[in-house]
Design a binder for this molecule. Sequence first.
Ligand SMILES: C[S@@+](CC[C@H](N)C(=O)[O-])C[C@H]1O[C@@H](n2cnc3c(N)ncnc32)[C@H](O)[C@@H]1O
Length: 233
Amino acid sequence: MTNMDEGVTRARAVRRRLVREGPPWTREHEGDFETVTVPERHCDRLRDLIVREQAERVVEIGLAYASSALAIGEALAAVNRPFPRHVVIDPLQEREYANTGWQLMCSAGLDSIATLMAAPSSIALPQLLAEGFVADAAFVDGSHRFHEVFVDLYYLRKIVRPGGLVVVDDDWWPSVHAAVNYYELNLGWTAVPDAFPAESAGAGPRGGKAARCKAFRLPDPSFEPSFEDFRAF
Ligand SMILES: C[S@@+](CC[C@H](N)C(=O)[O-])C[C@H]1O[C@@H](n2cnc3c(N)ncnc32)[C@H](O)[C@@H]1O
């Protein structure tokens, strides 16, 4: 078995166990894991997108129970580029989640390529930008407040390379959807069709059929629009 196969197998085994048995520790709220974590079928799609992208460097916002982080780690192991890097940002991993997600990443051996930044994304992302970090893709599942998602996307637009991918969870929440909508309407982000399945009717807080996760391709080359061209969102 090659190192690549071993990395993929190990990450997949930890993901499978997490789906089957749940995490070794959860907060006391009823059904917290199921409420907070990204479902397996969406994680599989996320992994497939990152593999298709042949991504080497990924930024992720929101670790919690690490379902999505393990899927991204599995993808990076499968892609097997020379310098894989997975930066995960979460200020509450220790205080709210007793480091459960990070320990799962370590048990999958993914701490060899992943770094946890224990700061709010509004602090961590400008730091990454200042360091000159360039990513091929990003996954956004942190604070769901409009202004914080908007700021996340503001910085990711500068960190993810032109033509790269930004995937957003919980687009069915109006606060998240409104933030994303600005970038789609004003900055040339284009939705990747059929990247994620639309949920069945009645799913999501707004009801009706809607995709929970959405993937966007950034324009290449990147551009700055005139303020006169602003389109209300
Ligand atoms: C919905 S959970 C993420 C679930 C995770 N993707 C999974 O599959 O288990 C949201 C996470 O965002 C984190 N978070 C909240 N505010 C944040 C902020 N300002 N910056 C970064 N992460 C934040 C929370 O600590 C929590 O872990």
